[in-house]
Design a protein around this ligand. Sequence first.
Ligand code: AR6
Length: 173
Amino acid sequence: MDITLVQGDITEQRVDALVNAANSSLMGGGGVDGAIHRRGGPEILEECRALRASQYEKGLPTGQAVATTAGRLPARWVIHTVGPVYAKSQDRSHLLASCYAESLKVADSLGAEVVAFPAVSAGIYGWPMDDAARIALTTVSQASTKVTEARFVLFGADAYAAFEDALARLNRD
Ligand code: AR6
């Protein structure tokens, strides 16, 4: 699998699937989630509502992933995952790793080959970017998947630099 890094807006990516850093409600929010629903249109929220009414009455648990249409975005699917809120007092790394592993499993079940990821939990949920990048890249590189390209779409130069450093370290070790 190729791991690629780009600086930009995930909603502009022409990919099979893009991952949304959602919250358990699946009803939208700020950050990437807000941008995806805004640009993707109401079809995404409609499918999220249907998921809440069926499989996920209590919401999508942290670390899990589920797919919907991508609506008007230039992709086929949005894979919604819920990252953990960062906490200094508790190591929630396994939940952040699970977001990536579960998203790739959903991608495999859909037959999605090119998948775009944001830096899950590294915005409103407060995860330090360097550590978020390390966990994201380690997890994706170790996954057994049919996905051919995992593209990390980083918002801003600092996020891009953090992922670049983490990828260089991964390739060195
Ligand atoms: N494309 C790529 N990356 C983006 C974009 C974009 N359009 N917009 C923001 N980012 P966040 P979280 C970056 O806050 O920390 C929502 O309200 C952003 O700079 O989107 O997992 C949800 O509903 C940061 O580096 O997600 C949840 O309640 C990264 O994406 C909560 O926020 C993730 O930031 C989830 O928080």
